[in-house]
Write a protein that binds this ligand. Structure first.
Ligand code: ZN
Length: 565
């Protein structure tokens, strides 16, 4: 079995790919029987698998060292090549949708296949090619800007991930200083950050209008493969505002009392216990050994999966200079492998990577072993995040391996963190809806909207006199807002599914795991609501869903004896 470092990267031969694609489209157009169409669909999937694998490989290696000139050039190649492939992909899609064998396609592959094709077609146009290239370029500029952060902090050179670890430091002065440095870094790039976002909003608005929409939002929904409407998202946000916001204020007040401060400041929010949050008891090797034991004990499927991740070195976990910030999981379908990227900083967040990103990777491998087509490997992100967030809960019983006697403390903080995340998550979504509905707003007006939303969703938020943050700048470090418009609500919708799994695993763990596995294996072969039904999960858009989903977490928090933590 090849290791990650041995995976051979080769820039795809675009001319050859185009020839293959036209040949496939032609064979669909001229098909005398369905078997020719079926073969062409498998041929397309094979081509997709090859290109996706190389693209993910270039992307992974680029993010590990954004200064590496070779992969920087390869990333630039893909950023241009994919938009430019639009006419070829559209021709293939047109051949499929106009085929006289569409009924047979539905019967053989499920209705989701052509449904996805039609949806993608409506978001694609040769008119958008140059805009998409520009959009990719601006998003990369933003990522590079954030990755360029290098500040001196008590003799240590830190990037943004490194600074974030001080949000959990027991010394309040250090927490404040780290928050000020983060804010200071953003402020020193304020004009660039404002300018990049302004360009992105205006560019995306033009793209939406080129396709005949009033603004970017409908196109944004199509590009995310949405099956729900903006009105449903709005009603969901209101449920969060009325149910979770008051609950979270109670939790924050309690936290202030617990850590002994009069008023919780922004740099106290992640600090939950007077003697500090639970920290993993060892470094990377310790964590990997603990995770390996955990996944072997959890189930035979997870054991096999994680052993493979370790043996093939499919994880780049430690923070390094010139590494992109954040964490993600990606897949290399040709190698039957997934890859986890993160910036370990010694906090409990490192364990979250080994559960959350591993949840994504596990789902990708399960779907890869079950699904025949690359198109069916991944569902929309509102389901993919259920894979990852539920794994965070399925692994709760093993937290002693990472935190020793502090495991209960970790579990408490994790549940608390999951609940208070949701108001922030929907707020990011509402912000983007406002921004794209009003594309002519100035950067200052956008920031004023953010401040208004903070009053609605995060009334506890206190920046302690930091004028830059008080002016509504916090979102400028949230890379989804720049690079992945309308993504963020997925985390909050998926939270509801993960919360539900959490409740169900306390009642009947075996059943819950069976449904989780079925959900992972189904990949993206079914529409959103059918995937939820398959896993016996509720529809988060139904009235009362937020309160019901959160109830088991609230009960779990109450059952934990805080004084003993
Ligand atoms: Zn995720």
């Amino acid at each position: 079995m090849q290791k990650f470092s041995e995976f051979k990267y080769e820039r795809p031969d675009l001319a050859a790919a185009r020839r293959t694609l036209s040949k496939l489209a032609k064979s669909v157009r001229r098909a005398k029987g369905f078997s020719e169409v079926e073969q062409a669909i498998f041929g397309y999937s094979k081509l997709q698998s090859a290109v996706t694998t190389q693209m993910s490989l270039a992307h992974a290696r680029h993010t590990i060292d954004i200064k590496d000139a070779f992969y920087d050039a390869e990333q630039k190649f893909f950023d241009r090549a994919l938009p430019l492939a639009t006419p070829w992909i559209l021709a293939w899609y047109r051949a499929l949708t106009k085929s006289r064998f569409t009924k047979e396609i539905d019967a053989r592959f499920g209705t989701q296949y052509l449904h996805n094709v039609r949806k993608e077609m409506s978001a694609m146009s040769p008119k958008l090619m140059l805009d998409m290239i520009r959009e990719n370029k601006l998003a990369r500029e933003y990522e590079k800007l954030l990755a360029s952060c290098k500040v001196d902090f008590h003799g240590e050179q830190l990037n943004l991930s490194g600074l974030r670890k001080y949000a959990q430091n027991p010394d309040r002065a250090l927490r404040r200083e780290a928050a000020e440095l983060t804010s200071g870094f953003l402020k020193s790039h304020e004009a660039e950050l404002d300018g990049l976002y302004d360009k992105l909003v205006k560019l995306r608005t033009r793209m939406g209008r080129k396709l005949g929409y009033k603004d970017y939002t409908p196109l944004g929904y199509l590009r995310m493969g949405r099956t729900f409407a903006p009105e449903e998202a709005a009603r969901f946000r209101e449920q969060v505002a009325s149910v979770l916001v008051p609950l979270c204020q109670k939790l924050y007040d309690e936290q202030a009392g617990r850590i002994g401060v009069d008023k919780l400041k922004v740099y106290d929010e992640a600090f939950q216990f007077p003697d500090g949050n639970a920290k993993p008891e060892g470094g990377k090797e310790f964590m990997l050994a603990a995770a390996q034991r955990m996944y072997r004990e959890l189930s035979s499927e997870t054991g096999r999966f994680f052993d493979d991740m370790v043996a093939r070195e499919l994880m780049d976990l430690e923070t390094k200079p010139n590494k992109r910030v954040g964490g993600y999981c990606t897949g290399f379908p040709d190698f039957g492998a997934a890859f986890i990227f993160s910036n370990f900083n010694g906090t409990s967040g490192d364990v979250d990577v080994l559960t959350h990103e591993a949840g994504h990777a596990f789902a990708a491998i399960q779907a890869g072993e079950t699904q025949e087509l690359v198109d069916y490997l991944t569902p929309g992100m509102e389901v993919a995040e259920i894979h990852s967030m539920s794994m965070e809960y399925f692994t709760h019983p093993w937290m002693e391996l990472f935190f020793g006697q502090k495991a209960e403390k970790y579990r408490y903080a994790h549940i608390l963190g999951s609940l208070v995340f949701v108001p922030y998550g929907v707020m990011v979504d509402e912000f983007q809806h406002i921004v794209y509905a009003n594309p002519d707003m100035s950067p200052a007006e956008r920031k004023a909207e953010w401040t208004k939303l903070e009053k609605k969703y995060l009334p506890q938020r206190d920046y302690d006199g930091d004028a830059f943050m008080e002016a509504g700048s916090f979102w400028q470090k949230q890379h989804h807002i720049y690079s992945l418009p309308f993504y963020y609500i997925d985390y909050t919708l998926a939270s509801m599914g993960a919360f539900e799994f959490f409740g169900r695993m306390t009642e009947n763990r075996e059943e819950a795991w069976k449904d989780y596995l079925a959900l992972c294996r189904a990949g993206g072969s079914l529409p959103y609501k059918d995937l939820l039904a398959l896993a016996h999960l509720s529809n988060p858009f139904e009235p009362g869903s937020v309160e019901r989903a959160a109830a088991p977490l609230v009960r779990a928090l109450e059952a934990i004896d805080r004084a003993a933590l």
